[in-house]
Design a protein around this ligand. Structure first.
Ligand SMILES: *Cc1c(COP(=O)(O)O)cnc(C)c1O
Length: 358
């Protein structure tokens, strides 16, 4: 790679986070590495997680599961997004677990299984309103349809509001899941409900679940501002850096970037940073700031496709390292500026930015 902009992933931070989660939570740990491990690199993160106590991996797409298999990873992998029945044979051939929620799906999928059983987890919708079956009748029909073609190894649901301490829905969902599961706990090897927020919250509680699905916390980020203010055992692993490309002194009254939305008030030192919206450093980042050698410098004018400008307090040498995310520039602060959540920030930075592992 020639470009002077890169993402640094701190392996030790990921190992620390996985170890800390394992220490607090007695359940088995599924490391969620969908979307290229939230931008951190799926194969790298999967290996670190498995080396530090995770026993399963979770992804969204069948392609993501196959990428891990092709990298030599043999741990169980659950695909959490729904697949069409036509994909059942490919999943079985790669020894990948699919999520299922209707008897009809199983009937249809049988046609695509060449005598190789497919392992599945049943997805239950207890209030997310997304994927999953909702009634005991649907569940009973699904279990009856398995007849030797499928290994029904797990059952799970997903919380909509586990990151909100005062949410009633979180408890309603647990209650609905418990009703559906009555008399069935021994039928499944894995019973799981919790994402990072749920897992962190229920640490130490006596619950009838034996697996947690943890994504964002592995990366050292908290699922919500409320949780970030209540816990402090995680370490962020993600840093985005670049280097000053050009530094120039402009007199008063000069405009910066498209639309000429910024005008220098007096003599100003302006630096150009080679990262832009084509990297996922979106135009909404205009008005935010970056760190230059311990100094917080405002982004002036609009972010362009491949670069943006900052106002420097004084001259800095070309090549000075800029921190866009990480260290003094908290990702949650950037997420707030962009009116989004840390999840979206790490997912939206594209593969145009090389990932370096340190
Ligand atoms: C993405 C995902 C998770 C992980 O959520 P985090 O909040 O990142 O821990 C868990 N379960 C399901 C079903 C998911 O889609």
């Amino acid at each position: 790679m020639f470009r002077p902009s890169w993402i640094e992933i701190d392996r030790a931070a990921i190992a620390h986070n996985v170890t800390e989660i394992k220490r607090r939570i007695p359940q088995e740990l599924m490391a969620v590495v969908k979307a290229n491990a939230y931008g951190h690199g799926a194969v790298e993160v999967a290996n670190i997680a498995l080396d530090n106590g995770a026993t399963m991996l979770g992804v969204a797409l069948l392609e993501e599961a196959i990428e891990l298999r092709e990298a030599g990873i043999t741990a169980p992998i659950l695909v959490m997004e729904a697949q069409f029945p036509e994909q059942a044979g490919v999943a079985a051939a790669h020894n990948v677990i699919l999520s299922v929620f209707s008897a009809d799906w199983l009937e249809e999928a049988k046609r695509y299984l060449n005598d190789r059983p497919l392992t599945v987890h049943v997805k239950v919708d207890t209030g997310m309103g997304r994927l999953g079956l909702r009634t005991r009748d649907e569940l009973d029909a699904l279990l009856a349809a398995a007849d030797g073609h499928f290994v029904i190894d797990g059952i799970y649901t997903h919380f909509a509001t586990a990151d909100e301490p005062d949410s009633e829905l979180y408890f309603d969902q647990q209650e609905r899941f418990a009703q559906l599961m009555e008399g069935l706990y021994s039928r499944f090897r894995y019973i799981h409900t919790s994402n990072s927020a749920g897992a962190i919250r229920m640490a130490g509680e006596d619950v009838p679940y034996n697996l947690v699905r943890v994504g964002i916390a592995i990366y050292g980020l908290y699922p919500s501002a409320e949780m970030a203010s209540s816990y402090s055992f995680l370490r962020p692993a993600f840093t985005l850096k670049s280097k000053l490309m050009q530094v120039k002194r402009l007199e008063a009254g000069q405009t910066i970037s498209y639309g000429a939305t910024y005008t220098t008030a007096g003599d100003e030192w302006i630096g150009t940073v080679p990262v832009g919206y084509a990297d996922g450093w979106i135009r909404k980042a205009s008005g935010f700031h970056v760190d230059v050698d311990g100094v917080r410098c405002p982004i002036v004018g609009r972010v362009c496709m491949d670069r943006f400008m900052i106002k420097l307090p004084h001259e800095f040498p070309v090549g000075t390292i800029i921190t866009l995310i990480g260290g003094p520039v908290a990702i949650d602060e950037l997420a707030a500026h962009l009116q989004t959540i840390n999840y979206e920030v790490v997912c939206q930075l594209t593969s145009r930015l090389p990932r370096h592992y340190v």
